[in-house]
Design a protein around this ligand. Structure first.
Ligand SMILES: O=C(O)c1ccccc1N[C@@H]1O[C@H](COP(=O)(O)O)[C@@H](O)[C@H]1O
Length: 212
C-alpha cells in the first residue's frame, strides 16, 4: 500500500517521515494554502530523501506549462491535480510530462461525484478521493462517507484521502481497499507542522494493511 503524508514544509520532518516508512511525501504548490512551499523549499526538503520515495506536487487549476516549468526544476515524481481540471487538461499535461505520474483528485460531495470519476479513467494514472468542502480545496480534515464508497472500484489505482488520522485509519481500511492513503491535517500540530508521534502511530496502525 502507498502511504502519502502530504503538506510537508520542513526538511527535518520530511526526512523523519520517510524514515518512519511513508512511501510518498506531498508538497502543496497551491499559493492560497497555509502549507504552500515554493521550488527552493521543495529542493531543500527533498535533497536528503531516499530515491524510492515518491515526491508528489499538489496543484489546483494551474496552467499546464507552469506545472511543467516547476517539475523540471524539482525532483517531483508525480503531479496531483486538486482543482477542477478536465480530462482534456489532464491529457495535455500528460503530453507535457510523459514520464510523471498524473493523479487526479476528486472532491466528493455525493454519489454522483464519484460516479463521474469514470471520465478520467483514460486521462490519468491514479485517482484520489478527498472530501468536499465549500471553502477549502484540501487539507480540510473532513472524512468521506466510507459506507457509500464501498462499491467504488475503478480500473486504475486510487488513494483514499480526507480526514484520515491514527484513530480512524483502521476503520477506513477495513471498509475500503484503496491502493494508497493520503494524510495531512490528521498528523499535524498546526497546518504544515507535522506531529511525528502521530505519524509514527499512523504507520504502526497501518502495519497490518501494508501488503494490500
Ligand atoms: O493541504 C492543503 O492545504 C491543500 C491545499 C490545496 C489542495 C489540496 C490540499 N491538500 C490535500 O488535502 C488532502 C487531505 O487532507 P486532510 O488529510 O483531510 O487534511 C490531501 O489529498 C492533500 O493533498
Amino acid at each position: 500500500m502507498r502511504i502519502k503524508i502530504c503538506g510537508i514544509t520542513q526538511p527535518d520532518q520530511g526526512r523523519a517521515i520517510a524514515n518512519l516508512g511513508a512511501t510518498a511525501l506531498g508538497f502543496i504548490l497551491v499559493p492560497s494554502s497555509p502549507r504552500y512551499v515554493n521550488i527552493e523549499q521543495i529542493n531543500a526538503i527533498t535533497v536528503a530523501i531516499p530515491d524510492q520515495i515518491d515526491l508528489i506536487g499538489v496543484f489546483a487549476d494551474e496552467q499546464p506549462e507552469i506545472i511543467q516549468q516547476i517539475i523540471v526544476k524539482t525532483p517531483l515524481t508525480s503531479v496531483q491535480l486538486h482543482g477542477k481540471e478536465s480530462p482534456e487538461y489532464c491529457q495535455r499535461l500528460r503530453q507535457l510530462l510523459p514520464d510523471r505520474e498524473i493523479i487526479k483528485a476528486l472532491r466528493i460531495k455525493d454519489r454522483e461525484s464519484w460516479e463521474k470519476s469514470a471520465i478520467y479513467f483514460n486521462s490519468v494514472d491514479t485517482l484520489l478521493l478527498d472530501a468536499y468542502h465549500p471553502q477549502l480545496l484540501g487539507g480540510t480534515g473532513h472524512t468521506l462517507d466510507w459506507q457509500a464508497l464501498a462499491s467504488f472500484s475503478p480500473p486504475l489505482p486510487w488513494f483514499l484521502a480526507g480526514g484520515l488520522n491514527p484513530d480512524n485509519i483502521s476503520e477506513a481500511l477495513t471498509r475500503l481497499h484503496p491502493q494508497g492513503i493520503d494524510v495531512s491535517s490528521g498528523v499535524e500540530r498546526s497546518p504544515g507542522d507535522k506531529d511525528l508521534k502521530k505519524v509514527a502511530l499512523l504507520l504502526e496502525r497501518l502495519q497490518k494493511f501494508r501488503d494490500q
